[in-house]
Design a protein around this ligand. Structure first.
Ligand SMILES: Cc1cc2nc3c(=O)[nH]c(=O)nc-3n(C[C@H](O)[C@H](O)[C@H](O)COP(=O)(O)O)c2cc1C
Length: 332
């Protein structure tokens, strides 16, 4: 079950999860304090979303294996303004139940992917959009979707500017480099590398060649330039955009949004849709406020709500799976 939960998405594929089995049939899910992003995600919001995605996968996997889950968020007490990273995020009790309803999304747990390649010009039909909308109960955590060309290009302009802002912070760029391996080692089990950026094989060879010929600041400038142009291409080829909001921004809301998000991503996979979270614009670090507010205003979302996830959808050729750490390294 934990191995299937590990297939969940996480920012930069950091896999910030740690699990314990304190007693039989109980799993405790914690944050791995060595796998956080203090510069890129200073409020740890994306970490909690990734924990929600992990919980959703775990619940789907448990049901598939004939267990019902009883999930208690923050069993040691709800975190207030002060967050203790050593406290468990969730306690999952597994109850054997042969009558438990299986979720068809179990079939796509290992097929969901983040796709960063350009999407084709194919538009998304109403039935597919309706299928995506039905991926979870939206009464508490609504999702918005848009596909009209005018809105798409306005949003695309905001998204690629967000990438430029993200990369303009020295501490954020250094942190990105910790998880973006530019040497493309084949034994990598976490993080991302240049092959995950969505470049064509030719552009990738060209980039590697140019990176090999320069060093220091020029090499870094080349990487930033490439990341910004990838973001521009990704945003401008989206056939649609989607977002998930919560009334406030409590930790439990972040986790529940993560669960909802994972259901949308899995449903997209089951519908043959390509999918990519594009979340820089939602960042909590200083410098992103104006752009983020522009997005809220454009979508008509009141500033007292929180957009927890933002993503693009469309059609493209399949992309390979990203690696995961061996399940044993996540169990403490
Ligand atoms: C909270 C969160 C934020 C993310 N933000 C982005 C993003 O801005 N851009 C992007 O390309 N991928 C983003 N991702 C996707 C991860 O990079 C991806 O899940 C990870 O690299 C593992 O790859 P996979 O989804 O193909 O399994 C995000 C994922 C999560 C959970």
């Amino acid at each position: 079950m934990v191995a299937r939960a590990l297939a969940a998405p996480s920012p930069l594929n950091i896999q910030p999860w740690m699990v314990r089995f304190p007693v039989p049939d109980r799993i405790e899910l914690c944050i791995d304090p060595g796998r956080i992003l203090p510069a890129l995600d200073p409020d740890f919001r994306r970490i909690f979303i990734a924990h929600g995605a992990f919980l959703e996968n775990l619940d789907i996997a448990a049901r598939d294996q004939g267990y019902r889950t009883d999930i208690t968020l923050f069993p040691s007490g709800w975190p207030g303004a002060r967050l203790d990273l050593s406290e468990p995020v969730a306690r999952i009790d597994l109850i054997r139940d042969t009558a438990v309803e299986k979720d068809p999304l179990a079939a796509v747990l290992f097929l969901r992917r983040t796709s960063r390649i350009p999407f084709s010009g194919r538009s998304i039909g109403q039935e597919t959009l309706a299928g995506l909308s039905d991926s979870y109960d939206q009464s508490a955590i609504p999702m918005g979707l848009l596909t009209d060309p005018g809105s798409r290009s306005a949003i695309a302009a905001l998204l690629y500017q967000a990438t430029a802002i993200e990369l303009s912070g020295e501490d954020r760029f250094r942190e990105l480099l910790l998880f973006l391996d530019t040497t493309c080692r084949s034994d990598r089990r976490a993080g991302c590398n240049l092959t995950d950026l969505g470049l064509s094989s030719l552009s990738l060879v060209w980039l590697r060649l140019r990176m090999a010929l320069v060093s220091g600041d020029r090499r870094e400038a080349l990487l930033k330039e490439t990341l910004i142009s990838c973001a521009r291409r990704q945003a401008s080829t989206a056939a649609g955009f989607g977002w998930i909001t919560t009334p406030g921004n409590l930790r439990v809301e972040q986790i529940r949004a993560g669960r909802a998000f994972e259901r949308v991503a899995l449903t997209a996979a089951s519908l043959g849709l390509s999918f990519q979270p594009m979340t820089q614009i939602l960042s909590d670090y200083p410098g992103m406020e104006d752009l983020r507010n522009n997005l809220y205003d454009f979508l008509g979302i009141p500033r007292n709500r929180t957009i927890q996830m933002f993503f693009r959808i469309g059609y493209a050729a399949p992309v390979p799976a990203t690696p995961r750490r061996p399940v044993g390294t996540v169990i403490r």
